[in-house]
Design a protein around this ligand. Structure first.
Ligand code: 5CA
Ligand code: ZN
Length: 412
């Protein structure tokens, strides 16, 4: 499907540093080592209740990954999906008496608009589950034929992945079996389903049901795809057998990223599927995770309609570290608006302290697992001193403005 329109990313003098990121599988901050070309897959929205601030925060995190990579001289191929068919989407459409296709199209369009307003670099490929169904079917058939998947012994037509066919299963999330079972039940899995070989076996293909949309599945029979195989299939087809980063919120640590890795690795024989599994913290409101099911959502489009500057929104969402679960508050936004105004005034100053030093400092902070609080502190100090008339570097204000745009996506 169509992506959104991007904005020019200005080039900075010199070259940025190699990016280190926390990898959930190895549980450490480790250098990403992309070759000349870097590849990233980010788990995108299920199109309803878009775009809430949790979605925005996660997307900004991976936008920063891309900006730091580009600044370090890499060519980045970035893919994002839209889960435009899945149980939660159908449930929402049914609840509201709406056609699920109309719902998905409207919410995806709104998401694109929000991403554009937030100056997010668009993915090279923005891909829906529905348009990927033939490719997914092919892979499920391969898994069945290779003995890694099985059809349930009833007449549902449902096909499951056999986790016993993935010897490394568990390496990505590092959870106990008990924790896995709890998350599996909580996040779309069906541990109780009768006839499965292991309660943790994830669905690959759901046989057609009365009143549900279904597509031709060749030898699988009519039905629709499971969730994890969707992301594995799209990533493999567009990015190759292994990728530099698979990203998403930390609610995807298990089962989603564990299962998509297991599917991909079984299909290609290449492990690990992703060299870094990168997870952004959850944005909450009033002490609870912001989520569709709880309904405690703050929308980017609502704030835009209230004339909130999207650049202030970006600053608010990177004020704390991306990995921290954190709360959205009015104060966070107020502080970001004040910071934005201060930076804009400083960017218009006659001179400031060394722009080269500021650039090196900000590059260093971002390269260290996207330390945005550290980077913002350096920019704050520079701005305060420029506003106080300190420093003789007449080119620094312009450089400060360019680096805020290139590295943080914040246009002053
Ligand atoms: N379509 C799937 C991924 S394949 C999905 O999780 N969709 S979603 O609409 O629920 O979320 C879209 C992205 O936003 C995911 O990366 C998810 O991890 C992230 N996300 C969802 N809620 C929050 C939140 N409260 N805070 C931060 N990120 C969130
Ligand atoms: Zn995904």
């Amino acid at each position: 499907m169509d992506s959104w329109t991007g904005h020019e990313v200005p080039r900075l003098p010199g070259t940025g540093q190699p990016l280190a990121l926390f990898d959930s599988a190895r549980r450490a901050v480790l250098s990403t080592a992309p070759g000349e070309a870097a590849t990233m897959y980010v788990c995108g929205i299920t199109p309803y209740d878009a775009t809430h601030l949790g979605h925005a925060a996660t997307m900004i995190t991976f936008d920063l990954v891309q900006r730091v990579w580009r600044d370090a001289g890499h060519r980045v191929t970035y893919v994002q999906n839209v889960t435009d068919i899945d149980d939660p989407l159908l449930e929402r459409a049914n609840r509201d008496g709406e056609d699920w296709v109309v719902l998905a199209m409207r919410e995806t369009a709104l998401f694109r608009e929000d991403m554009e307003a937030l100056r997010m670099i668009p993915p090279a490929h923005y891909v829906g589950a529905v348009e990927s169904i033939p490719a997914i079917v092919e892979k499920v058939v391969t898994l069945v034929d290779g003995g890694a998947a099985y059809r349930l012994p009833d007449d549902s037509g449902d096909v499951y992945f056999d986790v016993a066919a993935a010897p490394r299963f568990g390496y990505e999330s590092n959870l106990s079996r008990e924790q896995m079972l709890a998350f599996f039940a909580e996040r779309g899995g069906d541990p109780e389903r009768a006839g499965k070989r292991d309660p943790l076996d994830p669905l690959l293909w759901r046989g057609a049901r009365e009143g549900e949309p279904a597509w031709a599945g060749g030898p699988l029979g009519p039905g629709r795809p499971g969730w994890h195989i969707e992301c594995a299939s799209i990533a493999l087809d567009l990015l190759g057998d292994s990728i530099d980063v698979q990203g998403g919120g930390n609610d995807l640590l298990f089962p989603h990223h564990e299962c998509s890795a297991a599917h991909a690795e079984r299909l290609t024989g290449v492990a690990p599927f992703a060299r870094h599994y990168v997870h952004a913290g959850m944005i909450g409101l009033d002490g609870e995770k912001m989520s569709k099911s709880k309904g405690n959502l703050v929308f980017v489009s609502r704030l835009r309609a209230d004339r909130v500057d999207p650049m202030a929104l970006r600053l608010a969402l990177v004020a704390d570290h991306y990995r921290a679960d954190r709360q959205w508050t009015d104060d966070l936004l107020k502080t970001a608006e004040q910071r934005l105004a201060r930076w804009r005034a400083a960017a218009a100053a006659r001179a400031g302290r060394s722009g080269a030093e500021l650039l090196a400092g900000v590059r260093g902070r971002l390269a260290d697992d996207l330390d945005t609080p550290g980077a913002l502190a350096l920019l704050d100090e520079w701005a305060d001193s420029a506003l106080a008339g300190a420093g003789e570097d007449a080119s620094a204000p312009a450089l400060m403005s360019t680096l805020a745009d290139a590295l943080l996506g914040v246009r002053l």
